[in-house]
Design a protein around this ligand. Sequence first.
Ligand SMILES: C[C@@H](N)C(=O)N[C@H](C)C(=O)O
Ligand SMILES: [Zn+2]
Length: 195
Amino acid sequence: MADHVPGLIEDMRYHTAGNFVGAPVDGYEAPICWLTREAADSLVEVQARLGEFGLGLKVFDCYRPARAVAHFARWARDIEDQSTKPVYYPNVEKAELFSLGYIAERSGHSRGSTMDLTLVDIATGDEIDMGSPFDLFDPISWPSDPRPTAQQRANRAFLQSIMQAHGFKGLKEEWWHFTLVEEPYPDTYFDFVIR
Ligand SMILES: C[C@@H](N)C(=O)N[C@H](C)C(=O)O
Ligand SMILES: [Zn+2]
């Protein structure tokens, strides 16, 4: 995707230990954002529009192999391991992360046209302040949550509006998660490894 979308920053968190599992996730053998051609082409348009504002995109997750979702489920069943709770789900029970909608048992990411992303300032590379970090599983990450500052809520609203204008829909529990509405494989959950 970095070749396809000029200037796209890839910070593929599930390839590393810097995620809520606390370890590299199954199926992420390379730090690469893979998406369907249709989703990638729409992101090219988003990136071009953002450039007019001195902004760009940073992706945290794109296509997610089904085996990675199985890894998430295995991790969630291990209630003894609460090592990442302070950073990723301080106010939510681990056992409820799926039922509360923060992690999907069959994820749109596995269909290849869903991605987790934020905005960056092109000049500095700094992330725009969205009021909560990526993958903070907490009500404050809901796009509708009133607690972030007016500027943070405006930043979320700008991201939502520019993504919607280019054919993506968001998720009510996570400001960073978007799916191409006209996705080419709406019923297919892929499981090839990213390498
Ligand atoms: C885990 C988080 N980054 C995410 O993508 N959540 C949605 C609900 C999903 O798993 O599809
Ligand atoms: Zn997501």
